[in-house]
Write a protein that binds this ligand. Structure first.
Ligand code: HEC
Length: 168
């Protein structure tokens, strides 16, 4: 019974929690969720060297399973994008980059009770490495438009996340 309650509580903890209308609390424990993939240097500015970060993508296991079955993400899906600065001093290796200082997380949440357009977008840092406990959803034009237009499935960039993109 206790084990069942603990499992139920852990699953509930993976739902979005709000401090107000479209004001999301930072998700806890997301590193133990389903790891969808990572990438490096995908940037919105064309200049090389700017915004070139490592990113790790996590999603609730239940949402990943539902997507793989149906091609849609269920309500309350949260996709967490964790951002790290690249570090080059990988001694004793002579070259290569690894994930250095933690920058912060951005989160996409499918919740039509939060925003009319269905997916809301949040950023949990003002300055790199200084996480904020809550974040307010951005306006539709700032994030949703690009995601809707270019994300391969249901607003999400699954084309870049092997464990959602590939069949096996
Ligand atoms: C010009 C297009 C564009 C805009 C505008 C944009 N994004 Fe993204 N976003 C991307 C791309 C491309 C990815 C793929 C992964 C990456 O960037 O590393 C992505 C991935 C994400 C993810 C991971 C989940 C997913 O949907 O794939 C989150 C969370 C996210 N962006 C948050 C935001 C937030 C917050 C904003 C607004 C402040 C924003 N994005 C604006 C292009 C965009």
């Amino acid at each position: 019974m206790l084990r069942f309650l603990a499992a139920a509580a852990a699953l509930l903890a993976q739902d979005p929690h709000y401090a107000g209308k479209a004001v999301l609390k930072a998700p806890a424990g997301y590193r133990d969720w389903y790891f969808a993939g990572s990438n490096v240097g995908i940037a919105y500015s064309p200049e090389p060297g700017r915004d070139e970060f490592f990113k790790n993508i996590y999603i609730q296991k239940s949402a990943a399973d539902a997507f793989r079955r149906t091609g849609k993400f269920p309500e309350k899906t949260m996709v967490v994008m964790e951002i790290y600065k690249p570090e080059t001093n990988a001694s004793p290796a002579k070259r290569g980059q690894f994930q250095g200082a933690f920058v912060g997380i951005e989160v996409a949440v499918k919740d039509k009770t939060a925003v009319n357009e269905g997916w809301a977008y949040y950023k949990f840092f003002d300055e790199p490495g200084k996480p904020t406990p809550t974040a307010k959803a951005f306006g539709k034009a700032a994030c949703w438009d690009c995601h809707e237009k270019h994300g391969a499935a249901d607003n999400v960039f699954v084309q870049f996340y092997p464990r959602l993109r590939d069949k096996d």
